[in-house]
Design a protein around this ligand. Structure first.
Ligand code: 3PG
Ligand code: MG
Length: 391
């Protein structure tokens, strides 16, 4: 993989830049600009090199239809403001656009309207990719969070142009390598979320490399129940007994500690009064919504004795502040260790990142990944088509 940051001769070159500008929109307003903010350095770098930048991105899942609400217009406006640089949004059908037409625009940055307005994008269609490639001189992928998708502007395009990784993609890969291949032990993973079956391959892949895997969130409920406790009306996944058995026996074989909550916070519903409970005290009409104080203490002890930490998935139903204590305590503990420079920390996943955003702590972690699916697939040990295409 060659990084675009090493290039110095881009004067007048047309650079096709694939970004992941798939930010959450609400009535045309961007509600979280993290993904945009993270790629500004790449755009600035290309501007300094006096290249002409042709940005490709999707937002949402329009499935080959032109959907007005999924226009990149609000994103264009946001980048224009942040860079103080005019951007031309090209809404014309992309098949009608030819490379020399791009010289007619004075703007240094051209933004092609939502690339998923074309069905051929998700089909990884060769002719579509060839056409996209024909518009530029080189291709840069700075969309790590889309790189698990074998789509034309992420994958197939690199067959037709000299291709490079972008600055943010470089950072993502080096952070992920630091916690998967060149790890400083002891290494701990905190993994949460609601479905254990969606994370089984990650857990299995990490068991052989990690010292501790702490399972929290709703997927811990399956482990609590597996250990013979009544979990009342807590969220749980059905038919995962063999998955739980697999995790437990494989972790024994590989000498990895699996840790799950020893006490919990329950309520009668999502807005109910929070109560601390031992595992053997949960009533039939109660649901587990957070980890309890003893569990927080144990997790903090483990963090104290670890050198590397990976965190994906909140510890409870943090959307209600009554059940955010576990997640907040974990975040604060990692931040404290980071400040003392005693830990290398990587955090990823939409929910975990929005939690950290709400604590205003994004800068306090060594690396915060903006990727959801791509982050998880990388941790499973899978090859990502967009990354393989650059190699
Ligand atoms: C994401 O948000 O995960 C990426 O932008 C990819 O989007 P997708 O899940 O719709 O393919
Ligand atoms: Mg996704």
């Amino acid at each position: 993989m060659q990084s675009v940051s090493k290039l110095t001769n881009l004067q007048g070159k047309k650079v096709i830049l694939r970004l992941d500008l798939n930010v959450p929109l609400n009535n045309g307003e961007i509600t979280d600009t993290t993904r945009i903010d993270k790629v500004l350095p790449t755009i600035e770098f290309l501007l300094e090199q006096n290249s002409k930048i042709i940005i490709l991105s999707h937002v949402g899942r329009p499935k080959g239809k032109v959907i007005k609400d999924l226009s990149l217009k609000p994103i264009q406006k946001d980048i224009e403001k942040k860079l103080n640089e005019k951007i031309k949004l090209i809404e014309q059908n992309i098949y009608e656009i030819k490379k020399d037409m791009l010289d007619n625009f004075n703007e240094k940055i051209l933004l092609i309207e939502n690339i998923r307005f074309y069905l051929d994008e998700e089909k990884n269609d060769t002719n579509f990719a060839k056409h996209l490639a024909s518009l530029g001189d080189i291709y840069v992928n700075d969309a790590f969070s889309c790189s698990h998708r074998a789509h034309a502007s992420v994958c197939e395009i690199s067959k037709f142009l000299q291709s490079f990784s972008g600055l943010q993609l470089d950072l993502e890969i080096s952070a992920l390598k630091k916690i998967t291949s060149s790890i400083t032990k002891p290494v701990t993973c905190i993994i949460g979320g609601s479905k254990i079956s969606t994370k089984i391959n990650i857990i299995k892949n990490l068991i052989s490399k990690f010292d501790n895997i702490i399972i929290v969130g709703a997927m811990a409920n399956n482990l609590i129940e597996h250990n013979g406790y009544n979990i009342g009306k807590s969220l749980k996944e059905e038919n995962v007994n063999s998955i739980v058995n697999d995790i437990l026996s494989y972790s024994k074989e590989k000498n990895c500690n699996i840790i799950f909550p020893e006490d919990v916070i329950v309520a009668n519903n999502l807005n109910g009064q929070p109560k601390i409970k031992e595992l053997n005290q949960i009533k039939l009409d109660e649901m587990i919504l957070d980890i309890g104080p003893k569990t927080i203490e144990s997790i903090c002890n483990i963090i104290d004795n670890t050198n590397t930490i990976l965190w994906n998935g909140p510890a409870g139903y943090f959307e209600n502040p009554n059940f955010a204590n576990g997640s907040t305590a974990i975040a604060k503990k990692i931040v404290e260790k980071n400040k003392e420079d005693k830990i290398y920390s990587v955090v990823g996943g939409g929910d975990t990142v929005s939690l950290i955003n709400s604590l205003n702590a994004v800068k306090e972690f060594n690396f915060v990944s903006t990727a959801g699916g791509a982050f998880l697939e990388y941790l499973e040990g899978k090859d990502l088509p967009g990354i393989s295409a650059l190699n």
